[in-house]
Design a protein around this ligand. Structure first.
Ligand SMILES: *Cc1c(COP(=O)(O)O)cnc(C)c1O
Length: 381
């Protein structure tokens, strides 16, 4: 049997070849490589897709998070609450602004931040909460928004200097673009949503790209300025910004991919659902999904023991696997001394037991059955 790709970008490319060729050719013809018409067009389409008033495309998902924190004026002396069980970028941007990441443990079944534990981590320095919609499934956004709002109101009513310092919830939707929570699209579940168009994400371009979503006009304007060196007019620098634009060619690639994105989301839901059934039948524990939200399964992740051996067995059978993530961020060398928050035993345990299986909108049913059968057999030894 031919090896199964971990994420099948080739099948997608074959499907959208004519749209891709036309979109790229158009950019090469008009030559507006930076902030060209495709940038505006994709921003309008993506904003409409999520329901947010504004979409600001940026150079990557990491840049989306960084620019969001900069737009909020977060910096030294501030704290930002997040999960330690995520890709490093989520916490990296907090440290880069000079603020301190405060890690809160995750739920053992969804692997998302445990909303019940957030309140205990809030101090008078807390400026933002960044829940991550891990593996493609939003966290408990209603509960998290309510905690942020409650503490903002406490700040306000105390009349203390914190009156002007609300706690903002930034959804790290890098893995969840296309998912929904109580019928609302990921990216539009809190004051700010950030996503990534890294090629392997549910909606990916052919390079780096990302976007910020918000319905706050002033925040959107700040983000637009920050991505071009804090420029409010040509060569007028109102803020300290970054070089953080997404280029026109990548936006054109996204436009071509948007044609089939709705279909791909349906495929992801169906394929994820089939993995759920096959794994449950085989008695293999897996990440759970809550009934009031969907996952776009950026990763399909199971819980196993003897991970190294199983990865090796699967590899021999032509089945690639990956680990998201092998170490919680509060145990990473660069973050250990740089962060706050208590012990996160659930994240530490998950880091030892998670393994992601091949997943994409193009994964075939036969391959999926083979993957689960091979994994079930390998676990017997
Ligand atoms: C991929 C990812 C990012 C960073 O996105 P880039 O586009 O690679 O910069 C941030 N957070 C999470 C959870 C991610 O998965």
């Amino acid at each position: 049997m031919a090896a199964i790709p971990f994420i099948d970008l080739q099948a997608q490319q074959e499907r959208i070849r004519p749209q891709l060729d036309a979109a790229i050719k158009k950019v090469l013809a008009h030559g507006k490589y930076i902030l060209g018409p495709e940038v505006t067009e994709v921003e309008e389409k993506l904003a409409a897709f999520t329901g947010a008033a504004h979409c600001v495309t940026v150079a990557s998902g990491t840049e989306a998070l960084l620019i969001s924190l900069m737009a909020l004026g977060i910096g030294p002396g501030d704290e930002v609450i997040t999960t330690p069980f995520t890709f490093v970028a989520t916490a990296e941007v907090i440290v880069l602004t000079g603020a301190k990441p405060v890690f809160v443990d995750v739920e053992a079944d969804t692997c998302n931040i445990d909303a019940q534990q957030i309140e205990a981590a809030i101090t008078d320095k807390t400026r933002a909460i960044i829940p991550v919609s891990l593996y493609g499934q939003p966290a408990d956004m209603d509960e998290i928004n309510a905690i942020a709002e409650k503490h903002t109101n406490i700040h306000k009513s105390s009349g203390a200097p914190l009156a002007s310092r609300p706690i903002t919830v930034i959804e790290d939707a890098a893995q969840s673009f296309g998912a929904t929570y109580k019928g609302v699209k990921s990216g539009h579940l809190s004051a700010i949503g950030c996503t990534s168009f890294f090629p392997s994400k549910p909606l990916g371009c052919y390079g780096d790209g990302g976007a910020i979503f918000t319905s706050d006009d002033a925040l959107a304007q700040a983000c637009r300025e920050l991505r071009v060196h804090g420029q409010s007019k040509r060569y007028v620098h109102t803020r300290i910004g970054v070089g953080g634009r997404m280029d026109t060619l990548q936006c054109a690639v996204l436009l071509a991919k948007l044609d089939c994105f709705g279909w791909e989301i349906e495929q992801r839901l169906a394929i994820g659902g089939r993995y759920n059934r096959l794994l449950d039948e085989a008695g293999i524990p897996r990440v759970r999904q809550r009934s009031d939200r969907t996952s776009v399964f950026a990763q399909y992740t199971v819980f196993i023991e003897e991970r190294e051996r199983l990865q090796e067995e699967l590899k021999k059978a032509g089945i690639p696997t990956a680990v998201h993530y092998p170490l919680p961020l509060n145990e990473q060398p660069a973050y250990k001394g740089n962060c706050g928050g208590g012990a996160t035993p659930v994240a530490a345990d998950l880091a030892r037991r998670v393994m992601s299986l091949p997943m994409s909108a193009y994964l075939r049913e036969n391959d999926q059955r083979n993957i689960v059968e091979t994994l079930a057999a390998a676990r017997q030894f």
